[in-house]
Design a protein around this ligand. Structure first.
Ligand SMILES: Cc1cc2nc3c(=O)[nH]c(=O)nc-3n(C[C@H](O)[C@H](O)[C@H](O)COP(=O)(O)OP(=O)(O)OC[C@H]3O[C@@H](n4cnc5c(N)ncnc54)[C@H](O)[C@@H]3O)c2cc1C
Length: 489
């Protein structure tokens, strides 16, 4: 790569200093480097004013700034740090590049369609000013067309993709990008840009309950969660499906915003996988799912808004007022199926939902209520703190059987059996639905089947302090089989 006198590092979904591909390249190839993060008004303006993600990003950007200052100071550089802007990035990055007289802007790939469109505009504006844009792979281990079938096509099914991924992986792809040793290239902030970071209220956002949740922010938060998970990873394969226990890593939000390096995680998991640690192998598989869905989005962008397999767009979902009221009951956790309602309470109260429950509630919405998977996808996109277009779309299409999966569409989750199997003592249900706490372990999964005496003793009044089921699963199942039968014709 050419060497430049002045460069600009543009942080987006990579809010960390260590092992950051673009930052490494910027520092290595420029004599002086400034760093910027833009609170992008085009992304932020449509959001509700209280949004846990914005608060998470805000706290993480604050930590990033402190880390950049500390790193500069350790290398004898004064007033290094982050330039923080609140503007439309599309216009602001070329403007800032001109103000700083840089010859190149460095950033990491973002393959979401809106981000690609923004980056194409930035590239054009920078080129017009004679400034280069260098973009790097950072967010995943393998991206775009890096893992292909023998016929040279992108994979559409997970297991062969995973096998090819495992055949291709080697230490080279997991090596960290060093940053410290190039840190003398950090440039001092221009005085006019060295002010305090905007507060959340300056961005017109309110605080949420984020600080009360066990979801530490920033790169330090990610390392805290990782250290905790490393003590449990051995048991991941057996613990991961039970929402009442601490089974998974809870690192998804950090992967989403890049406060942790995907390479660091995959490298740890891969080394343990090579030593035959079952928990680590299962966890590595999950990280490979993440790469898989990212390459699906990159290679098949029609999945945004459409079924991955177009024949499934023939399926007609419920519509009109009744559909709306079923959907609202699902969103608000009022379906009468305790595991579904407890899961919806979890997402509404915390912005997180356990993976098993994401599958259960998604299947319930589509296959029990007959609602279009895109409605559920949109709701998750609003609520999930780890919302990621590729993983969310992939998860919803998997649950709706419209996606890239070998699962036949007639396999329909039974919400009561799922509850009995994965929350056998009803611990998770009791945590989120205290009004059902008095029911026995046997009755809590389907209160409408409980003996009247037990309901009275537990003070559960169906239709009053807890709803009756809004659908009969057996009838709904038959309707779904009919609904999906159009695909066969
Ligand atoms: C309907 C539905 C919607 C989903 N929406 C999202 C989303 O918006 N954002 C998101 O990150 N994940 C999503 N997932 C995948 C998964 O549920 C979450 O990644 C996981 O629950 C996050 O918890 P964790 O970090 O403790 O996961 P762990 O079990 O510790 O897994 C480690 C990491 O692997 C990745 N991962 C795990 N499972 C999957 C998967 N099935 N697909 C892709 N990546 C995976 C995540 O980055 C996760 O952090 C969705 C799944 C479904 C069924």
């Amino acid at each position: 790569m050419t060497r430049y006198d002045r460069g600009l590092m543009w942080f987006r979904r990579d809010l960390r200093v260590q092992d950051n591909a673009a930052l490494h390249h910027a520092l290595k190839h420029c004599r002086q480097v400034w760093c910027v993060f833009v609170f992008d008004t085009e992304i932020l303006d449509p959001l509700p004013r209280a949004d846990r993600r914005v608060e998470f990003i805000h706290a993480s950007v604050l930590e990033l700034d402190a880390e950049l200052r500390a790193l500069g100071a350790r290398h004898g550089r004064e007033r290094t740090g982050l330039i923080v802007r609140h503007a439309a990035a599309r216009e602001d990055i070329p403007r800032l590049a001109r103000q700083l007289h840089v010859q190149a802007v460095f950033t990491n790939h973002d393959d979401e369609p809106a981000a690609l469109a923004r980056d194409a505009q930035v590239l054009g504006a920078l080129a017009h000013a004679g400034v280069m844009l260098h973009s790097h792979k950072d967010h995943v281990i393998f991206e775009r067309r890096e893992v292909l079938t023998q016929a040279g096509q992108p994979f559409g099914v997970f297991t062969p993709y995973k096998n090819a991924w495992l055949r291709k992986i080697e230490p080279f792809f997991l090596k960290a990008y060093p940053v410290d040793k190039y840190s003398t290239a950090f440039a001092p902030l221009p005085e006019a840009m060295d002010g305090p970071m905007p507060r959340l209220s300056d961005l017109d956002f309110e605080t949420t309950n984020l600080s009360k949740l066990p979801m530490p922010t920033g790169a330090s938060g990610a390392q805290t969660l990782l250290a905790d998970f490393m003590d449990r990873i051995e048991r991941y394969d057996t613990a991961r499906d039970f929402p009442a226990i601490k089974g998974p890593s809870y690192l998804s939000v950090h992967l989403r915003f890049g406060t942790v390096s995907a390479r660091q995680l995959a490298s740890l998991a891969w080394q343990m996988h090579l030593q035959d640690m079952k928990g680590a192998s299962t966890w590595l598989s999950e990280l490979i799912w993440r790469d898989f869905y990212h390459q699906i989005l990159a290679n098949f962008p029609h999945v945004v808004g459409n079924a991955f397999r177009p024949e499934y767009d023939k399926v007609r979902f419920e519509h009109g007022k009744h559909a709306q009221s079923l959907f609202t009951a699902w969103c608000e956790g009022r379906t009468g199926y305790p595991l579904v309602d407890a899961a919806m309470a979890q997402i509404n109260q915390t912005g997180y939902m356990h993976n098993r429950l994401r599958m259960v509630v998604a299947s319930f919405l589509v296959k029990d209520l007959g609602i279009d998977w895109r409605w559920g996808e949109r709701y998750f996109a609003e609520k999930l703190i780890d919302f990621d277009l590729a993983a969310n779309n992939g998860g919803w299409q998997w649950a709706a059987s419209t996606g890239c999966d070998a699962q036949p569409w007639f396999r329909i989750f039974n919400p009561v059996t799922q509850s009995e199997k994965f929350d056998p003592q009803g611990k998770f249900i009791r945590r989120y639905l205290p009004q059902l706490a008095g029911l026995s372990d046997a009755a809590i999964h389907a209160p409408w089947k409980a003996p009247e005496l037990e309901l009275v003793a537990a003070d559960v009044r169906l239709g009053q302090n807890y709803p009756n089921p809004i659908v009969d699963h057996a009838i709904a199942r038959e309707r779904t089989l009919e609904r999906y039968a159009v695909v066969k014709r």
